[in-house]
Design a protein around this ligand. Structure first.
Ligand code: 5GP
Ligand code: ZN
Length: 136
């Protein structure tokens, strides 16, 4: 198994753990975007949102809530960015699903949650929404 997060879960690679509960572990990111940046990870290997069973996802998001709450209480975070990437095109590097929990403070200068705001073409927005609605 070449998956780096599976190796962490199996104890082959060390990590700094904050939570180990049933199907989920959370550990500190070794390249933190902010003070307290954590990764919440399902123990069962799933590459992305398309692969993970819904039941595992429900457990995962509960653990995310715990980690976010701890960041708020312990680190006095003023906000928490929760981020999850799927596929190279979305900048996913590690192909084992994980949710970033990134504590935030006013004017911390992080750009993980900002993008250029410019009004879209309403006809195109409506058309895309219709296609997605019909597919769902
Ligand atoms: P993503 O795949 O969402 O782009 O990001 C992967 C994240 O995993 C990065 O933030 C990176 O710092 C983190 N990461 C990569 N390898 C390791 C590792 O071996 N240990 C830990 N704790 N984090 C890692
Ligand atoms: Zn894995």
């Amino acid at each position: 198994m070449e998956c780096i997060f599976c190796k962490i879960i199996d104890g082959e690679i060390p990590e700094v753990k904050v939570l180990d509960e049933g199907l989920v572990v959370a550990f500190m990111d070794i390249n933190p975007s902010s003070r307290g940046h954590m990764l919440v990870v399902p123990k069962n290997h799933a590459e992305n949102i398309f692969e993970i069973p819904e039941s595992d996802l429900a457990t995962l998001i509960k653990a995310v809530k715990k980690c976010a709450g701890a960041a708020k209480d312990v680190l006095r975070a003023e906000g928490v960015t929760i981020l999850q990437l799927n596929g190279k095109a979305s900048d996913q590097i590690v192909p084992h699903l994980h949710i970033h929990v990134i504590p935030r403070w006013e004017n911390d200068g992080l750009s993980v949650s900002t993008w250029e705001m410019k009004p879209g073409d309403m006809e195109e927005i409506q058309d895309i929404a219709r296609k997605i609605r019909e597919h769902i």
